[in-house]
Design a protein around this ligand. Structure first.
Ligand code: SRM
Ligand code: SF4
Length: 514
C-alpha cells in the first residue's frame, strides 16, 4: 500500500501505476540516443511498450521494429510546410510508410524506425510540431471546430485557446512533468461553432458556446468517455467561463490537477474522470475544482448555442472572408501515403493559403481558395482519389486502425469497412446520409456509439469455427442534442454483414435496391 502525492487514502497500485511511480514516462526523452544505439530489441520492455508512448512513439507488436508516431495537431490545423515534412518522414519508409487521420482530428505516421527518431524530432521541432504526451496517461490531441476562423456563423474562434491549452499541458511541446502522470488518458475539446463538430459529449472536458448575461463564453461539460467497461456522455459541470486564455487554460489546469491528485488509480478500468465524479458527486467535484482554481465558478448559461445539425464539410463552401472558399476532401478511411501528403501540401500551397485542416471524420480540408482558382483546383488529379462527391456511405465512413496495426483488434477494420461500404453503395440508392463507424474492439476508438450504424469488432462462432464478427450499434445522434447509440444485435459474423446491413439500410434509412 502506498500513498500518492496528495491523495487522501492509501491505495494499492496497479502495474501501470507502479511503473509510472518507478520512472516517469517522459524520462525516456533523454534516452533516445541510447535506445538508438542498443536497438529496440535490447530495450527494457516497459520503456519499449509503454514509456515511449509519452513521446508519441508506439511500439507495434503487429509490425515489430516499425513504430507508429502519434502527432499532436491542435484544432486539426497544419501548415502545408508541416504536412510536407510529415509526408517526407513517411516517404523514407517506402512501402512501410503511411499515415492515418484519426478520430481526434490528428495524424499518426507509420513505419517509423527508432534509430531515426531523434532526427525526426528535430525536423518536427523546426516546423513547430510535437508528438509529446500523445499516448498513455496523458491529454490527447485537443479538438476544435475545423471551421474555426472560416465560418461566418461561428460564435467563438477557439484556435488560439486550443493551442494555449496544449502549450500549458505540454510546456510548449517540450514535455511537462506536471501532467505526465494522470490516472488515465484524458480528452479535451473546445467547440466555437454551432454544430458540435468535435463530439463534445465524448470528452472528459468540453467547452461549448453559451451566452451568459448577453456575454458570449463557454458552458463546460465533464466526464464523457468510452471504454470497454463503460461509456458515458459528458455531463454539465454547471460552470460558464469567458472565452479568454486565462479562464479556459485556468479551468483545464484546475480540473487536470484535481484529476491527477485525486483520480482513482487502483483499478485501470475505473480510473477515467467520470469515475471520480461518481465517487465524489458533482457538487464535491465542482468545489474541489474551485479550490484548485482559487475562485468561484460562474453557474452555467441557461442554454448552449449548439443548434445546428453536424456538418461533414465535404464539398466546396464559401468562407466568411469574401472571395475565399474551403474545400473538404474525402479521404477514404483516413489513410494517406507519402505521395498523397506531398500532393495535398502542394495543392494547399498553390491554390489555398498554405493550410490543411483535419476533421474527426478522418477527412481533410483545404481552406482559403480564391473563387478564381476553384475550377482549376477541382480538376487536379488528386481530387479523383480524394473526391468532393463520394458515394453516400463511403462519404460518412469512419474506421479505427484495426488488426492491420493494432494488437487490441479483434477484427480487420479499415479495408473491410471500405470494401463493404463500396459494395453497399453500388447496390443501394440511399436518400440520406448514414454514418457508419467501425471499431476493432470494445475500446471504441472508432466511436461506434456516435454513429447511425456502429460496428464493434468481436469474435463469433460460425459453422463450428471462431471467425471475425461485429456487434451492431444504432441510434447515435451527433451535433445538436447528441446522444449515444447502443448495441442492438450481438455477434454478427463479418461475412454475413452485406445482407444484414442491406436490410438495415432499407428498413431504417429508406434505401432501395438500384
Ligand atoms: Fe484509441 C487505445 C487508436 C481515438 C479509446 N487507441 C488505443 C491504442 C493506442 C492501443 C494501442 O496501443 O494499440 C490504438 C493505437 C492503434 C494504432 O496503431 O493506431 C488507438 N484511438 C486510436 C485512433 C488512432 C483511432 C483512429 O483510427 O482514429 C484514435 C487516435 C486519436 C488521437 O489522435 O489521439 C483513437 N481512442 C480514441 C477514441 C475516440 C475519441 O477520442 O474521440 C476513444 C474513445 C473515447 C475516449 O477515450 O473516451 C479511444 N483507445 C481508447 C481506449 C479505451 C480508453 C479507456 O478509458 O478504457 C484505449 C485503451 C486504453 O487506453 O487502455 C485506446
Ligand atoms: Fe485498436 Fe481497438 Fe482502438 Fe481499434 S478500437 S484502434 S482495434 S484499440
Amino acid at each position: 500500500m502506498v500513498q500518492t502525492a496528495k491523495s487522501d487514502k492509501p491505495i494499492s497500485l496497479n502495474k501501470f501505476e507502479k511503473f509510472k511511480a518507478e520512472k516517469d514516462g517522459l524520462a525516456v526523452k533523454d534516452e533516445l540516443e541510447h535506445f538508438a544505439k542498443i536497438g529496440w530489441e535490447a530495450m527494457d520492455k516497459t520503456d519499449l511498450q509503454h514509456r515511449l508512448k509519452w513521446l508519441g512513439i508506439f511500439y507495434r507488436p503487429v509490425t515489430p521494429g516499425k513504430f507508429m508516431l502519434r502527432m499532436r495537431t491542435p484544432n486539426g490545423i497544419l501548415t502545408s510546410e508541416q504536412f510536407k515534412v510529415l509526408g517526407q518522414i513517411v516517404e523514407r519508409y517506402g512501402d512501410d510508410g503511411s499515415a492515418d487521420i484519426t478520430t481526434r482530428q490528428n495524424i499518426q505516421l507509420r513505419g517509423i524506425r527508432l534509430e531515426d527518431i531523434r532526427d525526426i524530432f528535430s525536423r518536427l521541432k523546426a516546423v513547430g510540431m510535437t508528438s509529446v504526451q500523445s499516448g498513455m496517461d496523458n491529454v490527447r490531441n485537443i479538438t476544435g471546430s475545423p471551421m474555426a476562423g472560416l465560418d461566418g456563423n461561428e460564435l467563438i474562434d477557439a484556435r488560439d485557446l486550443v493551442q494555449n491549452v496544449q502549450d500549458m499541458i505540454t510546456n510548449q511541446g517540450e514535455g511537462n512533468y506536471d501532467f505526465t502522470n494522470l490516472p488515465r488518458k484524458f480528452n479535451i475539446a473546445i467547440e466555437g461553432g454551432r454544430d458540435n463538430s468535435v463530439h463534445a459529449e465524448i470528452n472528459d472536458i468540453a467547452f461549448v458556446p453559451g451566452y451568459k448575461d448577453k456575454q458570449l463564453g463557454f458552458n463546460v461539460l465533464v466526464g464523457g468517455f468510452f471504454s470497454a467497461k463503460r461509456c458515458e456522455a459528458a455531463i454539465p459541470l454547471n460552470a460558464w467561463v469567458s472565452p479568454t486564455k486565462e479562464a479556459v487554460v485556468g479551468l483545464c489546469r484546475a480540473i487536470l490537477t484535481v484529476f491527477r491528485d485525486h483520480g482513482l488509480r487502483a483499478n485501470r478500468q475505473k480510473s477515467r474522470l467520470m469515475w471520480l465524479i461518481d465517487e465524489w458527486g458533482l457538487d464535491k467535484f465542482r468545489e474541489e475544482v474551485e479550490k484548485e482554481l482559487g475562485d468561484k465558478l460562474a453557474p452555467e448559461a441557461e442554454k448552449d448555442e449548439i443548434d445546428w445539425e453536424k456538418r461533414d464539410h465535404i464539398g466546396v463552401y464559401p468562407q466568411k472572408q469574401p472571395g475565399l472558399n474551403y474545400v473538404g476532401l474525402h479521404i477514404p478511411i483516413g489513410r494517406l501515403y507519402a505521395q498523397d501528403m506531398l500532393d495535398l501540401a502542394r495543392l494547399a500551397e498553390v491554390y489555398g493559403g498554405g493550410e490543411i485542416r483535419l476533421t474527426v471524420e478522418q477527412n481533410a480540408i483545404i481552406p482559403h481558395i480564391p473563387d478564381e482558382n476553384l475550377e482549376i483546383f477541382l480538376e487536379e488529379p488528386l481530387l479523383k482519389k480524394f473526391t468532393i462527391t463520394p458515394p453516400p456511405l463511403e462519404r460518412s465512413l469512419v474506421s479505427c486502425t484495426g488488426a492491420q496495426f493494432c494488437n487490441f483488434a479483434l477484427v480487420e477494420t479499415k479495408n473491410r469497412a471500405l470494401a463493404l461500404s463500396r459494395e453497399l453503395d453500388k447496390i443501394l440508392e440511399i436518400p440520406q446520409t448514414v454514418r457508419i463507424h467501425w471499431t476493432g474492439c470494445p475500446n471504441s476508438c472508432g466511436q461506434p456509439q456516435v454513429a447511425d450504424i456502429g460496428l464493434m469488432g468481436t469474435k463469433v462462432r460460425k459453422d463450428g469455427k471462431t471467425v471475425e464478427g461485429v456487434d451492431l450499434y444504432m441510434g447515435g445522434k451527433v451535433g445538436k442534442d447528441a446522444q449515444l447509440g447502443t448495441c442492438v444485435q450481438k455477434g454478427i459474423p463479418c461475412d454475413d454483414l452485406l445482407p444484414i446491413l442491406t436490410d438495415v439500410l432499407m428498413e431504417k434509412f429508406g434505401a432501395t435496391l438500384k
